[in-house]
Design a binder for this molecule. Structure first.
Ligand SMILES: Nc1nc2c(ncn2[C@@H]2O[C@H](COP(=O)(O)OP(=O)(O)O)[C@@H](O)[C@H]2O)c(=O)[nH]1
Ligand SMILES: [Mg+2]
Length: 176
């Protein structure tokens, strides 16, 4: 599998649904964890000649790097993607803590993984109340560009895809 963008996040974060709205792929979607047993690939078309491949990396949970859940067999796939998009549910009690756990899992698997260009998407904003939304808008994940999205209402999706394209099409940093 060769994808430009890898979607990482807890089971149920909305990875497969996002792929289904930004590409022509129709992955399996369900409201229970571990629906996705194989990475889904989708081609995102921006314009003529402008497209990239996105993959959802299933089953990342705490302990994935030592084989918990189903994450470990997929972590290998992320090693070959150029950009990582972290999907975190907007309804989470603590999105920052979730991000830390996810990032740490990647790091424990391969210390170079967190060095890849990163984007954060806070998902399912259609189901959070106005007050939560206001506080979510203020969360900062350091320098990592962050988007509030909903695959149901389409909120933020265009901006997220534009950022993905920007990161994918950027020439790699020159070594040494
Ligand atoms: N309300 C709402 N539900 C969503 C959204 N995205 C995904 N879901 C639901 O969340 C559940 C898990 O979605 P899925 O894409 O399978 O998550 P995955 O495990 O990360 O691939 C499903 O019931 C989806 O319908 C969204 O933007 N808004
Ligand atoms: Mg899935």
């Amino acid at each position: 599998m060769l994808a430009d963008v890898g979607l990482v996040g807890y089971p149920n974060a909305g990875k497969s649904t996002l792929i289904s709205v930004i590409s022509a792929a129709k992955p399996k979607i369900a409201d229970y964890p571990f629906t996705t047993l194989v990475p889904n690939l989708g081609i995102v078309r921006i314009d003529a000649g402008k497209s990239f491949v996105v993959a959802d990396i299933p089953g990342l949970i705490k302990g994935a790097h030592i084989g918990k859940g189903l994450g470990i067999q997929f972590l290998r796939h992320i090693e070959r993607t150029k950009v990582l998009v972290f999907l975190i549910e907007a309804t989470s009690e603590n999105p920052k803590a979730d991000y830390k756990v996810l990032l740490n899992e990647l790091k424990l698997f391969n210390k170079d993984l967190p060095k890849k260009p990163k984007i954060i998407a806070l998902t399912k904003v259609d189901i959070v109340d106005e007050k939560t939304l206001t506080s979510l808008k203020k969360i900062s994940f350091g320098k990592v560009p962050t988007f509030l999205i909903s695959s149901v209402s389409s909120a933020g999706i265009k901006k997220l895809v534009a950022e993905m394209w920007k990161a994918v099409s950027k020439p790699p940093r020159r070594q040494g």
